[in-house]
Design a protein around this ligand. Structure first.
Ligand code: F6R
Length: 244
């Protein structure tokens, strides 16, 4: 629990940087699972600073993003492709071929095979070394809304009405928010060797309490993380307000 989000974000960025550097020393690639939304922005800002001012290189980094709206064109302002380039990829030396973000442009009949291939690509890279997560007020991680199974894999899902309401600020009007998204599954996330979940602000306090101290259940998909052996939950004092 940190006093404020900035301190938490700097710590998360430092952990990520240390992982990248330790793999570099061994001449190995590192596979990162990345999130979008407001929560990771300050983490990415700090990673960009470490690259610019402290020589942190991302040439040994492979990334897989958790999710993307469906349908979504990559050049739309609300796309997660746009987001990732704006906040991170355009400012670091990651190789473009090492970036993976679910493709929101696919025709519906190609989605199933594509999702299976996304899973396979993660496995072929050796699996996720570290998954960075935010949490939605529904308890979603990625876009695994209530009802998502612990074994779920990458797939097309329907967004929860509360998630659509929360996304409305990015889409001008609620009716412009896509109803669906492609997301890694809970099972995909649970296979990561290490997970870091972040939550900032009082708006996350209730769901964070349920996630960390509540019953493990698909009603709060993030609660499945209680069953993972290596999870760090990094929060500010406001998100932690309802922890006992
Ligand atoms: C985004 C994602 C979502 C967000 C969650 C919190 O890639 O997977 O689970 O992490 O909706 O969003 P913010 O950070 O905007 O509160």
């Amino acid at each position: 629990i940190f006093d404020n989000a900035q301190e938490g974000a700097v710590t998360l960025a430092y952990e990520i940087a240390e992982l990248i550097r330790s793999k570099q020393r061994k001449g190995e690639m590192v596979v990162l699972g990345l999130a979008t939304g407001s929560s990771p922005i300050s983490v990415y800002r700090e990673l960009v600073r470490l690259h610019r001012e402290e020589g942190l290189s991302f040439r040994n980094v492979i990334t897989f993003n958790l999710d993307e709206y469906y349908p979504m064109q990559p050049d739309e302002l609300q796309s997660y492709v746009y987001f990732m380039h704006e906040h991170l990829f355009d400012h670091i030396d990651i190789l473009p071929q090492n970036i993976h973000i679910p493709d929101g442009t696919l025709p519906i009949d190609k989605v199933k095979d594509y999702c299976q291939a996304y899973e396979k690509q993660i496995e072929e890279c050796g699996g996720l070394d570290l998954q960075l997560l935010g949490i939605g007020r529904t308890g979603h991680i990625g876009f695994n809304e209530p009802g998502s199974a612990i074994t779920s894999t990458t797939r097309l899902v329907k967004l929860d009405p509360l998630t659509i309401t929360d996304a409305a600020k990015d889409f001008i009007k609620e009716e412009y928010v896509p109803l669906r998204a492609l997301t890694m599954g809970v099972g995909t996330i649970m296979k990561a060797r290490k997970i870091m979940l972040m939550a900032w602000g009082e708006g996350k306090a209730k769901i964070l309490h349920k996630t960390v101290e509540g019953r493990v259940s698909d009603e709060v998909p993030a609660s499945f993380l209680q069953l993972h052996p290596r999870v760090a939950v990094v929060v500010d004092q406001w998100a932690a307000a309802e922890l006992t």
